[in-house]
Design a protein around this ligand. Sequence first.
Ligand code: PMV
Length: 318
Amino acid sequence: MNTAIAHPNIALVKYWGKRDAALNLPAVPSLSLTLSGWHTRTQVQWGAERDELILDDEPRTDPKVFRVLDLLAQHAAIPRPPCRVVSHNDFPTGAGLASSASGFAALVVAGAGAAGLELSRGELSMLARRGSGSACRSLYGGFVQWHLGTAPDGTDSVAEPVAPPEHWDVRMVVAVVSEGPKSTGSTEGMERSRKSSPLWSTWLELGPPLVEQARQAVMARDLEALGTVMERSTYSMYSTMFTATPPLLYWQPATVALLHEVAALRARGVGAWATMDAGPQVKVLCLPGDVQTIQSALAPHALRTLAHGPGPGAYLEP
Ligand code: PMV
């Protein structure tokens, strides 16, 4: 029991900014959808010659991976031996497609399994958060809220399921614009926005009501309400990026072309709402019946388009 599968999640209301960088505590609450389709598969060997990471068939150095395994061992009050971690993503890594979310979720589940530990979802989610904030949401399937919390040690800043995958069969159409690594990592980008954007305090005020509106829209299965809140959160996040010094420009020309296509689709009565993360890819929230129309409209501007529905939380491979 040392191999885990986790799926990326896409924020419908965004996490952008840390109130504690060491503990990865968020400055705003967020709400996400865990996607089916794409996977991270990670195997942890608990007891190896030395710490070693193989990611997508290449040896890599990423101290955060072993730091999270240290935290796992500390949490369970056991010593940590050197570990060998072999991880594979069946989608582009580090390109704004949430590979760090599925990556750290799979790592903690595989690590706990390999060490023979029985940890709760909440404990695993808290440990995954230390690798990458958004990873705490990939422990759960479907619609997931990450609470802001107020405790300085982060014990109340936890992810919690809002509704399981089968609650609502929505789709996220992903238009991949670039498969290369993002220009600025999310931690650096968040810090730049926090320190230099004049809009930062407004962004902090917007978070809690946007999450509440999104939660209500999910419960009511109201796509127009959810799509509207998602776009508001996305463009508000980008406003803090554009007004940072120097500005964070994650978009490519194709990103803007895709955003115009989404607006044109909506003007034609198609239920399609766009979101982007720290990268140029455009993700479009819709219902299954509109996927084909949306993919055809987006295809001329994208390297490829895919559609994913709600997926499960991270799990150990039997
Ligand atoms: O968890 P991180 O450090 O990869 O940051 C994720 C930031 C966004 O993708 C832009 C938003 C989010 O909530 O996932």
